[in-house]
Design a protein around this ligand. Structure first.
Ligand code: DX5
Ligand code: ZN
Length: 218
């Protein structure tokens, strides 16, 4: 099956050489470029914001998949849209008015994603299925790269059932601890977009393409 997408997380790349890292990961076969925005409030770390994403934008044509781990997200959505995000994913736990923020993302002409922390139940999706283009099931607690995969296959399968019932074209993404060892079960459960940071980047630039194709074949 080749209809899965790999979204390398630039969180694990060499930040001193962003332009080249983007070009390398693009050439290596990345489908989406996953950009982890952390605020030191919703999650423990601080990473980068819209100005850095804007600076990255000219160096690849790939889809910018922006994962906002920020609370609140609403005041910053327009900045990320203007910076060149294609998909903007917010966390279900971060904004009080989730429905409104998803509408805001759509009104800016962007695809809207909703992320669920490992403990967040899937019924939060009930009234937003018509607004989301991507559902992100977190397979780690957000905030750090390099954590161990939490097996949530039942949850992934539940979300897949909801997507099929909706009849809409919605990506089911997982993020955290994705390797050649863990991707298989998540894929069998119905995920189709896989974020991978540590696994793709840890052995250096010469291995990026092999890592991506290994994930696709696993
Ligand atoms: C975690 C981030 C992830 C992270 C994944 O909060 O959302 O995207 O970079 O990294 P790995 O693949 O190392 O678990
Ligand atoms: Zn992420």
């Amino acid at each position: 099956m080749s209809d899965i997408k790999i979204a390398p997380s630039m969180l694990s790349c060499n930040f001193s050489n962003l332009e080249n890292e983007l070009k390398r990961i693009d050439n290596a076969g990345a489908d989406y470029i996953h950009l982890d925005v952390m605020d030191g409030h919703f999650v423990p770390n601080i990473t980068f914001g819209a100005p850095v994403i804007k600076a990255m934008r000219p160096h690849t044509d790939k889809v910018f998949d922006v994962h906002l781990m920020i609370n609140p997200a609403a005041p910053h959505i327009e900045d990320f849209a203007n910076a060149g995000a294609d998909i903007i994913t917010i966390h279900a736990e971060a904004d009080t008015h989730t429905h409104r923020v998803l509408q805001q993302i759509k009104s800016l002409g962007k695809k809207a994603g909703l992320a669920l922390n490992p403990a967040t139940p899937t019924d939060i999706l009930d009234h937003v299925m018509d607004l989301v283009d991507l559902i992100l099931v977190m397979t780690v607690n957000p905030g750090f790269g390099g954590q161990s995969y939490i097996p949530l296959e039942d949850k992934i399968a539940d979300v897949r059932t909801r997507i099929e019932a909706s009849g809409r074209d919605i990506d089911l993404q997982i993020d955290g601890g994705v390797t050649d060892q863990t991707i298989g079960e998540a894929r069998a459960a119905g995920a189709n977009v896989f974020v991978a940071g540590t696994y793709v980047f840890k052995d250096g630039v010469d291995t990026y393409a092999d890592k991506i194709s290994t994930l696709k074949g696993a």
